[in-house]
Design a protein around this ligand. Structure first.
Ligand SMILES: O=C(CO)[C@H](O)[C@H](O)COP(=O)(O)O
Length: 144
């Protein structure tokens, strides 16, 4: 799968994220500090990765900042993007299942390398629910 990845710094799991995705067989398009050096601005870098998804150049994205909040807020401003801030595997599974999330947002401050691996395992194993009520929630959210 082609994945856009953005981070505003190379701290924390940002340093291993691209390799971790590559090991799983994904093609990675890098943005922000991962492309430009040791820091970038979170709003611009998350937007760039989210726009790759919206434009169909990437199927999914992972956006990161120190808290994960700014990156998720910025990504969610892009039409067609459903970004979910996930701190654990259970949340990642739910985000894929119930929200059909297409952008994973991560905190570089709180996510450890073992937790990152668990989150990515859950995220990529996950599939969107076909339940009518779940789809209605997702469709309504797109129209808000
Ligand atoms: O978590 C973040 C935004 O939600 C940022 O990573 C945090 O604010 C640090 O940014 P900067 O390095 O530009 O001060």
């Amino acid at each position: 799968m082609r994945i856009a990845v953005a981070a505003d710094s190379t701290d924390g799991v940002a340093a291993v994220l691209v390799d971790e995705l590559g090991r799983r067989g994904h093609e990675v398009l890098v943005h922000g500090a991962l492309a430009a050096g040791d820091r970038a601005d979170w709003a611009w870098s998350a937007e760039a990765a989210a726009r790759e998804v919206a434009a169909g150049r990437a199927e999914q994205a992972v956006v990161c900042c120190w808290t994960g909040t700014g990156a998720s807020i910025a990504a969610n401003k892009v039409a067609g993007v459903r970004a979910a801030l996930c701190a654990d595997a259970y949340t990642a599974t739910g985000a894929r299942r119930w929200n059909d999330a297409n952008v994973l947002a991560l905190s570089l401050r709180t996510v450890s390398e073992p937790t990152l691996a668990e989150i990515l395992d859950a995220w990529f194993a996950g599939t969107a629910s076909t339940d009518e009520t779940d789809r209605a929630n997702i469709d309504h959210t797109a129209e808000i």
